[in-house]
Ligand binder design. Structure first.
Ligand code: HEC
Length: 142
């Protein structure tokens, strides 16, 4: 009888602890900065100003983006989507800041030479031209 009562009060104590831990996690006291990957903010890399860290600060990241960005319409778009979404989403293209033409050429070559993308030379050329026509500082549309 006595043992049973002890077990009962131990489980009540455990339940109370769990309840308080959950409440604390939800309230996030001292939240300083929360990430936000809302669809509207991923068009271009937009880095918010850094928040100075303080002792006891709590950080929280936002929802992970689950959509894939639409690439600009134009010649070569299908070649890009077909070849550049084998390993990662084409959002990797749209989340870059506008890159100079030579950087895109080097970037595509890096995917082939370093990352092992199986892209044929003709397709490589078409992809580079597409990226240069739509994603440089001169050609990128907001
Ligand atoms: C064989 C797999 C593969 C293919 C195909 C591929 N990539 Fe990548 N890509 C990677 C890896 C691995 C990374 C680095 C991943 C990371 O840092 O998260 C990367 C990163 C990137 C980045 C971020 C900048 C960087 O250099 O890390 C860009 C931009 C990019 N890829 C563009 C492309 C484009 C454009 C294509 C099509 C020509 C392409 N990728 C095809 C594997 C690939």
């Amino acid at each position: 009888m006595n043992i049973r009562r002890k077990a009962l009060s131990a489980s009540a104590l455990l339940a109370a602890l769990l309840c308080c831990a959950a409440a604390t996690a939800q309230e996030r006291p001292g939240l300083l900065s929360a990430g936000d990957y809302a669809e509207g903010t991923l068009g271009m890399a937009q880095q918010p100003a850094r928040v100075a860290p303080q002792p006891g600060s709590v950080y929280q990241v936002g929802k992970w983006p689950t959509y894939t960005a639409d690439l600009a319409p134009g010649k070569g778009r299908d070649t890009v989507v077909g070849n550049c979404s084998m390993c990662h989403s084409v959002t990797y293209i749209t989340m870059q800041p506008p890159l100079p033409a030579a950087t895109w050429k080097a970037e595509v070559h890096k995917m082939i030479a370093v990352m092992g993308a199986p892209i044929q030379p003709a397709a490589e050329q078409e992809i580079v031209e597409y990226l240069q026509q739509h994603y440089t500082p001169e050609t990128r549309k907001p």
